[in-house]
Design a protein around this ligand. Sequence first.
Ligand SMILES: C[S@@+](CC[C@H](N)C(=O)[O-])C[C@H]1O[C@@H](n2cnc3c(N)ncnc32)[C@H](O)[C@@H]1O
Length: 243
Amino acid sequence: MDLAKVERVYTSYAKVYDRIFGKVFHEGRQSIIQNLNVQPHEKILEVGVGTGLALPMYPRHCQIVGIDFSEGMLDQAKQKAAEHRMDHVELHRMDAGEMEFKDDSFDTVVAAYVVTAVPDYRKVVSEMIRVCRPGGRIIMLNHFSNDNKAIAAIEKVLSPLTKHLGWRTDLALQTVLDGTPLHVTRKQHVNPLRLWALVECVNKKNVNGKTHVNGVKNANGAVGYAHINGSRLSEQASGQALG
Ligand SMILES: C[S@@+](CC[C@H](N)C(=O)[O-])C[C@H]1O[C@@H](n2cnc3c(N)ncnc32)[C@H](O)[C@@H]1O
């Protein structure tokens, strides 16, 4: 799936998205925010904010920036923000794989049902790490492939089909985390059949003044993440083109 497809697929869902994916995935979104203990003036980034279903659940004392690549999804989010008079929310059309924010811009970065819906999860997770301050929180809510090998095999078979619907089913949490400076502090199974996981991490980049430098191979043999001086993912550093 490339960015043109993200725009096409998600914009075609936009007007019916809340009816299809609202209630059924509500528990996960609610669990993220209920447990965040958001501090006054905390800066929160919602990556792949979609139609903004989670936005009304945040307390108004924080600042929220939501980004999405789909114009149609973002229009729905803008309508919600206007209806609920959410002056603490800013919304921008932006590629999560190449964000326009400076390093360390946010205290907390949330990606709900996003890492399996983007063209390149490595770019997106690298960017989430870059724009989140050291010691900040990164929360991913997603269906990750199952630990059970038989179910994981079925998910792998289904993935080429679900890609046409806008997401993949074959991505393992460990594959996403390998080679990152993310330290998991909480993992909770949510939503129907407990097939989705809410994973809260601390961003341990630049810990003790040491920059996280990395270009390791992850579990799939795919190149991992590279962070030099906390800046944008460096293809040079890993020695391979990512994508
Ligand atoms: C399954 S929806 C999740 C929406 C919302 N977070 C929710 O809780 O319902 C995935 C969203 O990610 C967005 N998306 C996919 N790739 C993206 C990218 N590279 N940059 C920004 N948004 C992207 C899609 O447009 C879509 O709105």
